[in-house]
Each structure stands twice: as structure tokens, then as C-alpha cells.
Design a protein around this ligand. Sequence first.
Ligand SMILES: *Cc1c(COP(=O)(O)O)cnc(C)c1O
Length: 392
Amino acid sequence: MKTGYTGLFIPGPTNIPERVMQAMTLHLEDMRAPDFGQFTLGLLNDLKKVFKTKTGQPMIFPSSGTGGWESALTNTLNPGDKVLCSAFGQFSHLWADMCARLGFEVVRLEVEWGKGVPVEEYARVLSEDKDHSIKAVLACQNETATGVTSDIAGVRKALNDAGHPALLFVDGVSSVGSIDFRMDEWGVDVIVSGSQKGFMLPTGLGIICASEKAFEAHKNSKFPRCFFSWEDMKNSYTNGFFPYTPATTILRGLRESLDMIEEEGLENVFKRHTHLATGVRKAVIDGWGLKLCAQGPEWYSDTVSAIVVPEENDAAKVITRAYERYNTSLGSGLSKVAGKVFRIGHLGWLNEIMVLQAVAAAEMAMKDTGINIELGSGVAAAQAHFIGSNQG
Ligand SMILES: *Cc1c(COP(=O)(O)O)cnc(C)c1O
């Protein structure tokens, strides 16, 4: 049946609110018009609230999250610099891989998929690095492949305890605007996000924010760069303009999505995500009797759940069945967990009933593909959580 909406329950791109869609239904405009600069400056100012920073400099590239990663590395470091990172899922792996491909010396800690940033190991490596040869520490706040959220405050503490001056870079592509993130309080030097996840927009913007310390490092960074040059971007931001053509249409959408976040209240947005995620977890654990890839509540992500299917079953079949028969997109298992997990993305513009829709579709698709699931069990477990609450 292909009438009605195709359910979009992948962890990005996410559902675009009607308001945001309408805000983007407009003619293209002159990005050098006299009033365009004021419009941009308003966006940059409101982005600071989402990143929880007073002194950071937000920058918007016509790009995606991956471009944001690259800009963080190439604007602050020098070729051959040592960076500390950890890999515990496809996205943390890819950022570490980018570091290697850009020619940095990578200290890469391998972590079992299902856990997150190994804060204690970071603390050990940093305290042993007496001559401060490590120039940057990377941390993925929310590993989208496994549904694992890490402790960024803990990474900051590890740096402080070791008295280590390295820059702290955080991948917040699937957490910013959905899970609490505190740039200033956690002393984050570059936070990287993108438009198509918590910001509820089309893909096409790499949205980052850099600290004053990151801009100090920028002055001594000899890395070749052009398109992602912070200097060019910051200079043209003096008047709110861009060094090249910005994605004006998506920027109009960003205005609307920032207004929506402000109206709901950022803290309420986080609460809603926790509430909806808890419903999904009840469905998976209490209803279906299945396990999450995340190995324990301390790792649970409020934006995405990776659900492990029984060993004899193939999660890829569940995803195909859900799409073909039930008109519902579930997230696939990436790389190491391909066939082992399917994911439900529960971030962005979402409510309880949409979550129940995803759970119901997953339930039927699992049953159809031979997984021993009692119809209604997940839905009922999520409903029981939602009905007793006044959130949502
Ligand atoms: C989606 C995602 C990325 C990649 O972002 P793109 O916009 O696809 O380039 C990076 N990190 C995480 C954690 C993500 O979820």
C-alpha cells in the first residue's frame, strides 16, 4: 500500500515539520541583498543558544556533517599532528579514518560496538602524554550506528585532570538539538552538526561552532584549505554575508526550525526525546524481549535505538519488508552490524503516535520475516509508558 505517508524512522534525514517546509517554499533570493546580512546574524546568534555558548563562533557551510568534521581538522591542526580518537561504530570510525586520510598521526582506541567513548582510557593516554604531543581529542557524542551516547563532560574532565591543553572536538551530528549539549560548560572547541537530523531540515548544511581557543589554533594552522576556510567565513560574517553562495532556501528553513526549538524550549525538546526514546526502549526490551546494541542504560541514546535481532534472523530482511509492505523506512545496520541490527530513529519532529507507528511496522515486519514476536507486544509496552505520562 503506497497511499499515505511513507514513515521515515531513520536517524536522519528526519521528518521536516510543515512549518519548515512552508518557510522554504519561496523564490531564490539575492544573498547580497542589503537586508540579508541581518538575517544571517540572527541565525548565528540563535545557533549559539542551541550550542549553549556565549563566546563560540557558529559557522554554516553548504555541506553536510562530514564537511563539518573536515573543517574542524583542517582549520586548527598541522599536517602530521597527533590526534586521539576512539572507534565504536560507523561514524566514530569514519571520523578517525578521515584523520588518517588527512595525514594526521592517529591514536585510535578500538572499543566494542555498543559502548562509547572510553573516558578512562582517554584519561590514561592524556596523563601519559607529558610533552603534550596530542593536539586534538575527538569524541562522538552520539554514535548513530549503534545508538550509543557518550559522556562529553567526562572527556573534558579527563583533559582537565591531566592538565592537557589539546583541543576537544565533538561530533554532535545526531545529538545537537535533541540531546543536551553544552559547549561552554564542557569546554568544547569545535562542535560539528548538520541540518538533516535534530535541526529537522533537508540535508545540505554543515553547522559547526568553534571556540576562541580553536580560533587561536587556527592562526598557527598551516593545513591547506579553501572551501572550508574559517578565516574567509568569519571575515564575511562581520556583516552577515558568506564568502560564496549560501544555501539560502535551507537557511530560511533554519530560521523556522530555530523558532520552533525556541517556542518548545530547548530543555523541553530534550525531555520529549527522552520520553519518546523510553517508549521505544520499553517496546524493544519489555515488549519484544529483544536487546539493544547499546550495552546498558548508561549508553542509551535518546535519538536512535539499534535493535539486535536473534542470531538466526537477518535484520536486513526486516528493513526491506517494512519498506516494501508497510511503507516504512527503518534504519539499516551499518558495516560490522549489518544484518544484525535495525534502527529506529526517534529524533526531530516526532510525537508518541508516530513512534507507535514505527514500533507497529517493525513488529509486523519482524513477524513476517520469521522473528518470534507477539503482535502488539511492543506497541502495548510503549503505549503503557505513554499513557501514564503527561509528556509528548
Ligand atoms: C549523520 C552523521 C554524520 C555524517 O553526517 P553527514 O551529514 O551524512 O555528512 C556524522 N556523524 C554522526 C554521528 C552522524 O549521525
